[in-house]
Design a protein around this ligand. Structure first.
Ligand SMILES: [Mn+2]
Length: 328
């Protein structure tokens, strides 16, 4: 393995397509947008817009409060349906087009070209041009390479977006995808105007007193398996506000226990539908576990949705996790 310092080869077709932009360009997001999705979408959107392209940014959900600090976040439109076809649609950090909730289909005309830029190894390669690098720390890292290759300027606004993308997907530069290259690019982005303290402050120090007390009571509900290898938090429907869940990376707390190899957050999104986030520390591939439940993701970070009660989902999921642990 190991990767060349100059980065992964960018498909020639992608460079050609983006260096001679004509017509309308849509940068499209998906449901539950995170820091990497938004940072990549807005960062690339601003770069192409500065280069004179006719750019629209949109997604099926509003930008979560947590990410409104991103410069250019106000440009991201929330759509229930696409207004019509675009000449070019670019998706970043989106492994599965169903996550656009129909927006990709609505924005696609007979002549539309679809660009798919992602670092999820299970990406469905639904684009006309697919650039997938499963070993990139974040899609934001790839977008940085792309902007450089196109000879476009990285403004402080773009730098802040891409820095946030890499910062969030590496767990604030703590996870195993914190490569020398991710850190080097983050350093370049700081040199180009990103402020780590402002990003960290916006992400982690924006709580209201109530949020901290709520977090305290939830931490008291974390459960740990008798062998100490698995820890989870199960949230019944309506027990925690959506904005709180978006702002707090709750699965990191069970993950922070030393003996824990797999951490799980189960959240009953509606009666009979449980959203699951899985985190691992390199010994179990939680991407495979999530895939078995119709979801997906990376080896150390994945997610899925399970039909059933919270208790049924918990039992089924923990059974799969303990089977995977038993096969180590
Ligand atoms: Mn990502």
């Amino acid at each position: 393995m190991g990767m060349p310092e100059q980065g992964w080869p960018i498909p020639r077709e992608l460079i050609d397509l983006l260096s001679a932009l004509r017509g309308s360009v849509l940068l499209l997001g998906h449901v539950q947008p995170d820091g990497d999705l938004l940072g990549s979408q807005i960062g690339l959107g601003l770069a192409l817009r500065n280069a004179g392209a006719q750019v629209t940014l949109a997604g099926p959900q509003a930008v979560p409060d947590l990410f409104r600090f991103l410069p250019g976040a106000e440009l991201v439109e929330q759509w229930e349906a696409a207004p019509g076809p675009f000449d070019l649609v670019i998706l970043g950090d989106c492994p599965d087009p169903s996550r656009t909730h129909g927006l990709l289909a609505g924005a696609r005309g007979v002549a539309t070209r679809i660009v798919n830029i992602d670092h999820h190894p299970d990406n469905k390669r639904y684009g006309d041009v697919n650039w997938i690098e499963g070993e990139s720390s974040a899609t934001g890292e790839m977008v940085y390479d792309l902007i450089q290759a196109l000879g476009l300027k990285v403004t402080p606004e773009i730098a802040t977006n891409l820095f946030t993308a890499i910062h969030t997907d590496t767990g604030s530069f703590r996870y195993s995808n914190t490569t020398p290259r991710a850190l080097r690019i983050a350093g370049d982005l700081v040199a180009q105007g990103a402020h780590p303290e402002l990003v960290a402050g916006a992400l982690y120090e924006g709580r209201k007193p109530d949020d901290l007390w709520r977090l305290g009571s939830l931490l008291g509900q974390v459960e740990v398996s008798p062998d100490g290898l698995v820890a989870w938090l199960a949230l019944p429907h309506g027990s925690v506000p959506e904005a709180f869940v978006e702002a707090e990376d709750l699965v990191t707390y069970p993950r922070s226990i030393a003996s824990v190899k797999v951490a799980v957050l189960l959240r009953e999104a509606a009666a009979g539908r449980v959203k699951v986030s899985l985190r691992a520390k390199g010994e179990v591939n939680v991407g495979k576990i999530a895939a078995a439940f119709g979801g997906g993701g990376h080896a150390n970070a994945a997610g899925c949705t399970i039909a059933g009660s919270l208790e049924e989902a918990r039992a089924a999921l923990l059974r799969s996790v303990s089977e995977a642990l038993g096969k180590r």
